[in-house]
Every structure is written in structure tokens, then in C-alpha cells.
Design a protein around this ligand. Structure first.
Ligand code: MG
Length: 252
């Protein structure tokens, strides 16, 4: 009897640790909750790389004069990312003192950090033609730095997802907005869903459905240990978090 119990306990442990080992850690806006870092800074990508995160996520806007910059907020320190010009936006300092980075600078900084996956979010822009233009420019930049083989693209705008899909049929593109079923995502030719915790808690069955369709599941932004445990057990593939080291510890 005891042997049987021990056997099943070990089996459970083995299965559980395999399922845990598969979860990949993506640092949300880079790893910024550490000294010297700031959201979407060059340092944040470097810190994510330094802890061996699977990937580092960042956000891209297109300025009024058609240049690409890395930042999360539509309006940051009083300047609009879409209505401001590059020269206005470049005057902004991030909280760690860095100049707000261009996409070009951001991608260039990755060249000596080959082990970290590039998770590029294109923000939804004010009109669809600007989104198409930004997608083209982003693809051109990724090609310039030969980063396509380790880049995943994510977007809330389905228009942007499809623009990227057309330009990069072999790149993984994930949809963020949480309102489309895995079947619909599959039909659109995307790689998977990258949904908020709330969206996925409302449809926990979407994890298994996605896997049956050959899609991947990423969930954001999971910062509390109890939530991390919930989504690990639910079987998601990727967890995006502001606490990448805590998640790594939990997975170990
Ligand atoms: Mg983002």
C-alpha cells in the first residue's frame, strides 16, 4: 500500500514537474523591477537576458513623422507617442535616466544577447493605414538586424496581426485582445492566444482547445504567486510577468 502511494506520489511529481518545466517566462516590458532599470528601457531587456528569461516583451509606437519608438503609454511624460515627432519624443528620459529608445536602438542592443526571445508588441494606432505602415517598418527593422528567427509578434489589433501575417508568414503572431476563440485564431492563421488573466479565467477551456488546434497560449500579466500557480496548473505555454525571477523560482 505504502509502495503504491509512493509510486503515485512520484508519478504525480514527475508529471507535474514536466508540465512546470514547459512553462516559459517572458519579462513584461523587460525586467524593470530592479535597480537601474525602467519599463521598456535598454537596461530592461539586458536584465531579462541576464536572468535567463525565455523572452523579453516591449511595446512599439509610430511617431507623427513615421518613426518607431519603444514605450508603453500612448502619452508618456506629457508627450503623445503618435502625435509627437521623433525629436520631441527623444527628449524624454525614462525613470532610469535612459533616453526613450528608438526601435532601431532597441533591436541593436539585442545583438549581443542572442539567447533571449524578442517579444514585440505593436500598439494599436489611430488608423489602419498607419498600422499597416508601422508593420512594414517593423518588419524591415527586424530583417535589418536578422532577428526574425527569434522574434514573436503580439498585437491587440487584429488588423495589425493580419498585416504581420501577410509580411511574415513564418513568424509566430499572437493576438492579445481576449475576445476570439482558439478556433477563430486558428482560422486566421495566427500562432496562438496571448490573453489577459481575466479573459483566460473566463475561458479556461481555451488552453486545451488551443493545444488541440496546435496553438500556443500565453497569459499576462501574472505577478502573484497564486495566479502563477493557477496558470501553471492550467497548462499555459508562456507566462508574461513583471516578476520573472519569482516565477523562475516557482518553476524550479
Ligand atoms: Mg505590451
Amino acid at each position: 500500500m505504502t509502495k503504491k502511494i509512493t509510486f503515485f506520489a512520484l508519478l504525480w511529481l514527475a508529471v507535474f514537474s514536466v508540465s512546470q518545466a514547459q512553462v516559459k517566462v517572458v519579462a513584461h516590458r523587460g525586467y524593470w523591477k530592479v535597480a537601474g532599470s525602467a519599463q521598456n528601457s535598454l537596461a530592461a531587456f539586458a536584465k531579462a537576458d541576464s536572468i535567463g528569461a525565455f523572452g523579453s516583451e516591449f511595446d512599439v509606437w509610430m511617431t507623427a513623422d513615421g518613426k518607431l519608438v519603444v514605450n508603453h503609454d500612448g502619452t508618456f511624460k506629457g508627450v503623445s507617442m503618435e502625435k509627437g515627432t521623433l525629436s520631441e519624443i527623444r527628449k524624454i528620459r525614462l525613470d532610469n535616466g535612459e533616453q526613450l529608445p528608438t526601435l532601431d536602438e532597441y533591436l541593436k542592443s539585442m545583438l549581443n544577447k542572442p539567447n533571449t526571445r524578442v517579444v514585440l508588441e505593436m500598439k494599436s494606432l489611430s488608423n489602419l493605414s498607419r498600422e499597416d505602415e508601422a508593420a512594414q517598418k517593423i518588419v524591415k527593422a527586424l530583417k535589418k538586424y536578422k532577428l526574425l528567427n527569434r522574434t514573436d509578434i503580439i498585437a491587440f489589433s487584429i488588423n495589425a496581426c493580419l498585416a504581420f501575417k501577410k509580411l511574415l508568414p513564418d513568424t509566430k503572431i499572437y493576438y492579445l485582445d481576449g475576445d476570439l476563440s482558439p478556433r477563430k485564431i486558428k482560422n486566421l492563421g495566427l500562432a496562438g492566444i496571448d490573453y489577459s488573466m481575466n479573459a483566460l479565467r473566463q475561458h479556461p477551456e481555451w488552453v486545451e482547445e488551443s493545444h488541440k488546434l496546435g496553438l500556443e497560449v500565453n497569459v499576462w500579466t501574472v505577478n502573484k504567486e497564486e495566479d502563477m500557480k493557477y496558470f501553471i496548473e492550467l497548462g499555459v505555454d508562456i507566462i508574461t510577468t513583471d516578476q520573472p525571477e519569482e516565477l523562475q523560482k516557482l518553476l524550479r
